[in-house]
Design a protein around this ligand. Sequence first.
Ligand code: IVH
Length: 671
Amino acid sequence: MSDDVASQLRALRRQLDDHNYRYYVLDDPIISDQAYDQLFKQLQTLEANHPELTVPDSPTQRVGHVAQSAFIRATHLLPMLSLDNIFEAPELGGFLHRISNGLGGLHTNPDFYCTPKLDGLAINLRYEHGRLTLGATRGDGEVGEDVTANIRTIRNIPLHLRGDNWPALLEVRGEVVLPKDSFIALNEQAKIKGEKLFANPRNAAAGSLRQLDAKVTASRPLKFYVYGFGKVDPQVLPDSLAKSYDWLQQLGFSVCPGGELVRGQEGCQRYYDAMLAKREQLNYGIDGIVIKVDSQTLQDALGYVSRAPRFAVAYKFPAEEVTTRLDAIEWQVGRTGALTPVARLTPVHVGGALVSNATLHNMDEIIRKDIHIGDTVWLRRAGDVIPEVVKVVIAQRPADAKAIQLPSVCPVCGSHILKLEDEAIARCTGGLFCPAQRKEALQHFASRKAMAIEGFGERWSDQLVDRDLVKTPADLYELKVQDWMSLERMGIVLAQKLCDAIAASKQTTLARFLYALGIREVGEATARALAQHFGSIEAIQAASLDALLVVQDIGPIVAGHIVGFFQEAHNQQVIAKLIARGIHWPSPQKLAQDLALQGQSFVLTGTFRAYSRDEAKVALMALGAKVTGSVSKKTTAVIAGDAPGNNKIEDARTLSIPIWDEAALLNVLKT
Ligand code: IVH
């Protein structure tokens, strides 16, 4: 009897695997969704009745039952490298030239295999004896995170390889992406629920994959496309990449779509132009093409230089630009009262995201770019960078276009607006009287790098301020579950969670606490420097201008803000209350040792794979480096990730400043 059941189970699993493969990989289903669901239910029922016969790679076992508490590290068997980037035709010539030089007499005109460069996140999948045993992120290239439970939920990833023509150890590498239509749907859902929107499909894919609860990942229609190999043992690969892709597809993988064999500069350029033209229509984001020497033998002959192969290159698309109408200007009031003009645009798709706002920074920029309400404007967006209004199409300015004026009173609290002659920024003078500033101050106080109060978002700070439940951050620590329950869209579970999160935030560090106070121009790095230098809040409160100027990176202006902040009686009271309500930290040891990157200065541009730009900045600063926004003679190097800003690269070239890639960044961070 149980033999019968066992063979029935095997047959069902096999059928479901086949249908899955036809549906997700070949895109050629032969049964309806309902028929598939029926088979699936049949299998579920049978497994439920015979739990002893359930196997981990059954189609029913994609979603795990328990959430993880953290991701564990996974060391790659072969490092996950990156690619050199090129941006223009002459650079393509240079790349091809280096290839033929590198090959010497071996080959004069090799085939190149071109694929789109998918804008997602790199993943390594390990199959041992045909079974998926590990899915890991790239991390720093050497060590990533084990995301196997999440990877298993991705439907077009086989849990076991098809057929039997595979090596004992097979690692494949590829990109996890979220299709554009799913990205739009996901953001629409998030909007309805009042949650934070994802900036682009790549962030959404990354966010979906880095979920401790695989059920969340399972609910996101992620896809995985293979573009290459990790460790393969024994080495049995076909000598051509194009042929490898066929083989991979037979094993059950979706391979990077749109691959083509081409020859010479003309062939590569033609592929690039065609992909660039197709880009908008594709249902996944791409930010360039990848050109690889097709032959494995020739690849091996060319080898690697530092962290990138010599046989491949990423030929990146230029930042996307589109035109749209500027419908209105809204003035937002920030934490320090700074008024920022935000352009409300007729929504357009650009750089893989639907954009309806762009910040204009300040009045000077509006004047410089001669922006009017009603203008048609060019909008540019590269990678994760905030969209930018590049310029106005003056020829299309309508007769009723309106000039933009700095408001004379705060649009939120009606206080006076102050703009000093030599400052670009205009400020609301309302201070914490201004609800907008109070809300921002609260959010900042609770944010991840400050007091890290989990789950505390805009939704709550707005209501707490609007209902006068909270006037200063200290009031947060007085809130009871009942207070929270009086807010809209609040339930008992969430209310309790927020109370707990606030209680948990009491244990912090001096640096976080200082940063959380929101002193003007005291960012994370400055807060850390202050904490290290002075060691206690009392010492910082008592510090004179001269004493502050001794601290690394603190100049007269910041020192002035710090002294001014602590002189304010109101601020002293808030600090005293916070401490009275239990906020505490271990006393930091003064950092005496010299830091590795002391005196060096970097400019970061583009997006990085192992770090967000912010994280990279903090990591560099923690080693004593300066990170600035523009390239100057004093810059040590410009560190370029994916889709770097053209201006920064040009400036670096003009000033002969070295340009580093992400691998070089990872290298210095390791020191
Ligand atoms: S080949 C040595 N092919 O781009 C690395 N990479 O900048 C060989 N990527 O880390 C990579 N689409 O995550 C290759 N069709 C494609 C790709 C692709 C996206 C990503 C990949 C890699 C990064 C390198």
